[in-house]
Design a binder for this molecule. Structure first.
Ligand SMILES: C[S@@+](CC[C@H](N)C(=O)[O-])C[C@H]1O[C@@H](n2cnc3c(N)ncnc32)[C@H](O)[C@@H]1O
Length: 274
């Protein structure tokens, strides 16, 4: 491991739990979070005599991997995730001839373990990579890509922060959470420059606002409750006690539910060619 990685630290996935599979499946079924527009208009891939494959990097439940296999019906599709539980759950639900699920930590796998792919898709993973390792993460994906291959990374900006009106009594705890919880709440906007830094070309960036207001807010409240439940242990560590963490969650959800409140995230869908 390099010195840089040691000083940067190694962070666990903030939402790790066997229940995360169900949360991801539910989230993808909700408006704004479905794979439809995230996987729309991907470049065509030529058939190849060599190992021709598409990678879903940080595949979670495996739903995106399965959709990719439908979009590329003559290609092998690999879904990889650092979580053994998630990979096991994905295999149980989405196993098929052309799909392989494998456990792989995209940051730490040695180059000898690299397989090259003609297309690489990664959704909602960058936000879980420490900022000081995000360039390494994107470089690692780039290294797995064959020349001429495409890469698409999708991530959001504004989670937790973009609630308005924001409860004033939660400001300082929110600052602590955003700096220590282990999620980069501004990951989306960083993708285009990271793509450029590793040498990807023909970069396109589509930004889709996810707006939760009025009746639509109920959907986001439901998802936020689940995120809060799964991150409770980390929130206790950051905020100092169970009571503090529970008070924060209750007040935040109250803020979301109050009439006139609005939540807006920006989803960045960024594509580049090697
Ligand atoms: C929020 S989930 C997104 C799952 C899926 N891509 C989706 O859009 O529903 C993030 C996933 O990234 C995985 N992950 C985080 N860091 C990773 C890493 N360094 N290598 C591989 N997978 C990672 C987590 O285990 C988790 O399953």
């Amino acid at each position: 491991m390099s010195t840089k990685k040691v000083s940067c630290g190694s962070r666990n996935y903030a939402l790790e739990s066997p229940r995360e599979f169900d949360r991801l499946e539910k989230q993808s079924s909700f408006q704004g979070y479905s794979f439809d527009e995230d996987l729309a208009d991907l470049p065509d891939l030529a058939e190849s005599e060599h190992v021709a494959s598409v990678l879903d990097a940080g595949c979670g439940s495996g739903q995106g991997t399965q959709i990719l296999s439908r979009l590329y019906p003559t290609h092998q599709v690999t879904g990889c995730d650092r979580s053994e539980i998630r990979v096991e759950q994905a295999r149980r639900k989405y196993a098929q001839d052309r799909i392989e699920f494998r456990v792989s930590n995209l940051l730490n796998d040695p180059p000898a373990d690299y397989l090259t792919h003609q297309g690489i898709f990664s959704r909602f993973v960058l936000q879980h990579i420490e900022q000081c390792l995000q360039l390494d993460f994107i470089q690692g994906l780039y290294n797995r890509l064959t020349p001429g291959g495409w890469m698409r990374v999708v991530d959001c900006d504004g989670l937790l922060i973009n609630l308005s009106p924001f409860p004033p009594d939660l400001m300082s705890a929110t600052q602590k959470l955003t700096s220590q919880i282990g999620v980069d709440f501004m990951a989306g906007r960083k993708i285009p420059s990271l793509f450029r830094s590793v040498g990807l070309t023909q970069i396109t960036c589509k930004v889709v606002p996810l707006v939760f207001f009025g009746a639509k807010m109920n959907q986001e409240i439901e998802l936020m409750k689940e995120r809060f439940q799964l991150t409770l242990p980390r929130m206790i560590e950051v905020l100092g006690s169970l009571q503090n963490a529970q008070d924060y969650q209750d007040r935040y959800l109250e803020g979301m539910a109050s009439p006139g409140s609005i939540v807006v995230y920006n989803k960045f869908i960024v594509t580049g060619i090697k």
